[in-house]
Design a protein around this ligand. Structure first.
Ligand code: PLP
Length: 449
């Protein structure tokens, strides 16, 4: 295809040929969208000449921003040396080995093994395979049920979409029948007059009730994001995770932490599990493992599961052509090196994140803001019509959509989920850049009020 001569032609071809993810396809084919053609540091640029501060790190993945030459060069070098070979049939490649080793060093002590995928969705599918295989090898084949949470997002394949609890996705596909959902710990929406602490314990105990309902001998695992991200940055009450951990330990249920967003520093420590004191048996990662520059995901497999898998005979009949792709792994190695060399997780947690969280809380007195919540470089501003009753701002989230569009128009990329404006700026933001984000968000909130 010849390169389109101008932006208008490119947009026309986009509308004519390109089906976009999570998009109203009919509306997009008529109206089209923005074509992003360049990015540096924390800014993206489009073909219409707009520059936007990226308050979302792409899709929660470019934690180090867009100018990490070390990662780009590592991929280029690797493509010249070994652009591809698979890890099936008793083969391996050096970047996959090195990245597996590095990941086992930066994850909590129980993790020494990794299974690579291309994405978070595939990694969560892999979790199901691993859990089922684990119990089969233990001689407990009836332990197959998995409990997840409503409004969770675990990806978009059939299995990962079934694990997720987002109603619109379940409307479009029949989910897997061995997956069951309990409520999310969303105090602002469901806590009523209870204290967050009491509510946290109550909602955690729904897990225990669900295990009793389904039968402990049938329930295999509980999967959850340490902080529900795409569902609206739902920060759990402090009592929630300790109670869930107690239940999993006492009832012999594997705990799977989906760290696809929380991992690699988003909540202030390397892993959301560390921030919230969770001790998962399996851990999903993707996105920021390569700073979003190459597709890569995987599952960290804890000793309890790995020991059984390694002792059991027979093939683990699961894998992807690109599991442990050398160029993707080279991007992962370079990303981990940058994270370690710059100490950016600690710097952002101690210097930038407190400023971000403090400045965001200035909006608590804004007429359309019901709650500001966040942890580290991760936050949501929940919009309401009435602060006392917490009445929603507008039916079908029209108010929040307006607010997001207004922010985008003013040069700030943020997302909207339900009535919440959600943000995950790159960890490399300076405090001055956080101030610019706050100023732009403030304009959008004023325009929405
Ligand atoms: N898990 C979580 C927590 C996510 O937020 C996402 C994507 O946003 C996924 C899994 C799916 O990852 P991917 O889009 O790479 O398949």
């Amino acid at each position: 295809m010849n390169k389109p001569a101008d932006t208008a032609a490119l947009k026309q071809l986009d509308r004519a040929h390109h089906l976009h993810p999570f998009t109203d396809l009919h509306a997009y084919a008529e109206q089209g969208g923005r074509i992003v053609n360049r990015a540096e540091h924390i800014y993206i640029h489009d073909t219409d000449g707009n520059t936007m501060l990226d308050g979302m790190s792409g899709l929660w993945c470019c934690n180090l921003g867009y100018s990490q030459k070390q990662i780009v060069e590592a991929v280029y070098r690797q493509l010249q040396e070994l652009p591809y070979y698979n890890n099936f049939f008793k083969c391996s490649n050096q970047p996959a080995v090195e990245l597996a080793t590095m990941l086992s060093e930066v994850t909590p002590g129980q993790f020494k093994h990794v299974f690579f995928t291309n994405s978070g969705s595939e990694a969560n599918d892999t979790n199901i395979r691993l859990v089922h295989r684990y119990y089969d090898l233990l001689g407990k084949p009836e332990k197959k049920l998995i409990i997840s949470r409503k409004n969770a997002y675990h990806g978009s394949t059939i299995a990962a979409g079934s694990l997720g609890g987002m109603a619109p996705m379940h409307k479009q596909v029949i989910g897997l029948d061995y997956i069951h959902h309990i409520n999310q710990p969303h105090w602002f929406e469901n806590g009523g007059d209870m204290s967050p602490e009491d509510y946290g314990v109550q909602v955690a105990r729904e897990l225990e009730a669900k295990i009793d309902e389904l039968g402990e001998d049938k329930v295999a695992a509980f999967i959850a994001e340490p902080v529900q991200g795409a569902g609206g940055v739902i920060i759990p009450p402090s009592t929630y995770w300790p109670e869930v951990q107690r239940i999993c330990d006492e009832r012999d249920i594997l705990l799977i932490a989906d760290e696809v967003i929380c991992g690699f520093g988003r909540t202030g420590k390397w892993w959301g599990s560390e921030t919230y004191g969770m001790k998962p048996h399996l851990m999903t990662f993707a996105k920021a493992v390569t700073n979003g520059y190459m597709p890569l995901g995987g599952v960290m497999v804890g000793d309890k599961v790995a020991d059984v898998l390694l002792a059991g005979g027979g093939e683990f009949a699961h894998g992807l052509t690109y599991s442990g792709h050398p160029a993707a792994c080279a991007a992962g190695i370079a990303t981990l090196n940058v994270l370690k060399e710059t100490n950016i997780i600690e710097t952002s947690a101690t210097e930038v994140a407190p400023h971000f969280q403090r400045r965001l809380r200035e909006f608590e007195s804004h007429p359309v803001v019901g709650q500001v919540r966040g942890q580290g470089m991760f936050a949501a501003v929940e919009l309401v019509k009435d602060k006392g009753s917490r009445e929603r701002l507008a039916p079908e989230s029209a108010g929040a959509v307006f607010c997001r569009d207004s922010a985008n128009k003013n040069g700030l990329m943020v997302r909207q989920t339900g009535d919440a404006m959600i943000m995950a700026p790159p960890l490399v933001c300076s405090t001055g850049e956080i101030d610019i984000l706050i100023e732009k968000l403030g304009i959008a909130l004023d325009e929405t009020a």
